[in-house]
Design a protein around this ligand. Structure first.
Ligand code: HEC
Length: 363
């Protein structure tokens, strides 16, 4: 017997008539029986009069919403009910009524409602590293904090606002603000850093192969005071490519290659490669996600060929709330080659994936 819940007696007749599952028809029939009463046969959600409660239902045909939700998150909500991700309990738990196989059959059907394959799937939205740019276009606000352990006692607070633009695009603004001891007299200075404007485009994504690839570019404007150590004093153009490969066991590889070209001012042109390996661990079957990552940062100045640096950044990202759209990442950037007086830097961010809800929602 496949449906064990007594609250779904209507299902038994259907089960007698449909002994085998696996094809699109069976996927649709399962959805029809278990979900359509609320979510509608067309996936848009039945009307308030039909279903008898006020709560707004998700529209599975809306690719902008549906594409970004990874299967494991929806599997958790279907298995455990809405509250497992701080949604309403009007979304029932089907963990006792449906096998995992059936839940995935229904998910296959739900995925047919969004017909535009242009949108990269949320599976590629792997944990954000502290330095490497992701391949996935995000809707999020990130608060970065970087604290130097050298004599500058520098603390830079940077707000990053990222907004998706169509299925594959993303625009970005970064505003740094900081304090550091003056190199001349040691007095504390406060100031803005260099403002960054960026655009990123997902060129390729293939869920079967688990890989996605993007290109992007940033313009870094010399808005920070160079003499106080808050800016490079140059307008810098930074083209880059970003790549993600999903690996078995919730592991992932991310990489970014970039170049920085100074259009004016004193900054040197530079090339850099950033890469990391990480893995997500879940508390219990559906609980809080913890993602340790090890990031490598290599950079080299182009003209002089000198000043090549290599840093490692061990870090741990954790989901703070039940919805898992507020995340904290803490790490240390440790110079390992050509340290040149460089000391470790403490780096962290607080990330708010605002498409999934307000900052105070979902705790
Ligand atoms: C009794 C009505 C009802 C039934 C039956 C029902 N759902 Fe839901 N479902 C809801 C409601 C209401 C929400 C929205 C909850 C919220 O936003 O707080 C929801 C939300 C969801 C979500 C979360 C979408 C998101 O925002 O990420 C998924 C996925 C989902 N349902 C899948 C299913 C599947 C699959 C079935 C059948 C196995 C099903 N639901 C059956 C009422 C229902």
């Amino acid at each position: 017997m496949i449906f064990r819940s007594r609250s779904l007696p209507a299902l038994f007749g259907f089960l007698l008539a449909a002994p085998a599952f696996g094809g699109p028809l069976e996927d649709a029939a399962l959805y029809e029986q278990a979900c359509a009463a609320c979510h509608g046969s067309d996936g848009r959600g039945r009307s308030v009069e039909d279903r008898g409660f006020e709560l707004e239902l998700p529209d599975f045909t809306d690719c902008e919403f549906a594409s970004r939700e990874p299967d494991p998150d929806w599997h958790a909500v279907i298995h455990e009910g809405g509250p497992v991700r701080a949604f309403d309990r009007m979304m029932p738990a089907f963990g006792d009524a449906l096998t995992d196989e059936e839940i995935y059959a229904i998910l296959r059907h739900i995925r047919t409602f969004c017909e535009n394959r242009n949108w990269p799937r949320g599976e590629f939205n792997v944990p954000k590293p502290l330095f490497t740019e992701k391949a996935f276009p995000e809707d999020e606000t990130v608060f970065n904090l970087r604290a130097d352990t050298d004599d500058s006692d520098a603390v830079i607070f940077e707000t990053v606002y990222e907004k998706r633009f169509g299925p594959r695009g993303m625009t970005e603004v970064k505003v740094p603000l900081g304090r550091r001891n003056s190199p001349q007299d040691g007095a504390a200075n406060f100031g803005f850093g260099d403002l960054t404007l960026g655009y990123k485009h997902a060129l390729h994504h293939n869920l079967e192969r688990g890989s996605a690839f993007s290109i992007g570019g940033e313009v870094i404007l010399p808005t920070g005071k160079e003499e106080d150590g808050f800016g490079s004093g140059s307008t810098v153009l930074e083209p880059y490519a970003a790549f993600v490969q999903l690996l078995p066991g919730d592991a992932f590889l991310q990489a970014q290659a970039l170049a920085e070209f100074a259009l004016d001012g004193p900054a040197e042109d530079e090339v850099a490669v950033r890469a990391l390996l990480g893995k997500t661990f879940t508390e219990g079957e559906f609980g809080r996600a913890w993602s340790p990552m090890l990031e490598l940062l290599a950079a080299r100045e182009l003209r002089s060929g000198s000043g090549a640096t290599l840093d490692v950044v061990p870090q741990l990202q954790v989901a703070l709330n039940t919805r898992q759209h507020i995340l904290l990442n803490v790490g240390v950037r440790v110079p390992v080659a050509n340290r040149q007086e460089r000391k470790p830097q403490i780096v962290m961010y607080l990330l708010w994936d605002w498409f999934d809800g307000g900052f105070r929602d979902g705790w």
